[in-house]
Design a protein around this ligand. Structure first.
Ligand code: THU
Length: 139
């Protein structure tokens, strides 16, 4: 991936983080998802007083995209951190990794876990989800 594209995704994730609805944890997360066609869908975490219905930023972005007919993704950038912090490393939770398995090629999907446009870590989904279970197992 080109550095310029990575920086754009991180900046969009950071902007989406501002919309985080996280009154219970105080942990704000933003994500920016790149589709195979080159469009970007953003998302934030959305919490709930009953806790269970809370949704992570990554799944918000993925579900927004899928609900608009997009089902192939090439990268996602994530910026998280406690309210008041500029951004910290927030690797996707297990549920989000499994949702990514549904729509992404694990060897190709790029996961950028960022503190800022200058400080980020770069993984493939296969690295974060070794031996992952997916649709191919049911064929
Ligand atoms: N969260 C995300 O949105 N993405 C992650 O990668 C990790 C955790 C959210 C869920 C919850 O609203 C808050 O962060 C604290 O767990």
């Amino acid at each position: 991936m080109q550095k310029e594209q990575i920086v754009t995704l991180i900046e969009q994730a950071k902007a989406a983080r501002e919309f985080s609805y996280s009154p219970y944890s105080g942990y704000m997360v933003g994500a920016a998802l790149l589709t195979a066609e080159g469009e970007i869908y953003t998302g934030c975490n959305i919490e709930n007083a009953a806790y269970g219905p809370s949704n992570c930023a990554e799944r918000t972005a993925i579900f927004k995209a899928v609900s608009e007919g997009k089902k192939e993704f090439s990268a996602i950038a994530i910026v998280g951190g406690k309210k008041g912090s500029a951004g910290d490393y927030a690797a996707p939770c297990g549920v989000c990794r499994q949702v990514m398995m549904e729509f992404c090629d694990p060897e190709k999907m790029q996961i950028i876990v960022a503190k800022s446009a200058e400080e980020y870590k770069h993984f493939t989904l296969a690295q974060l989800m070794p031996e992952g279970f997916g649709a191919a197992n049911l064929e």
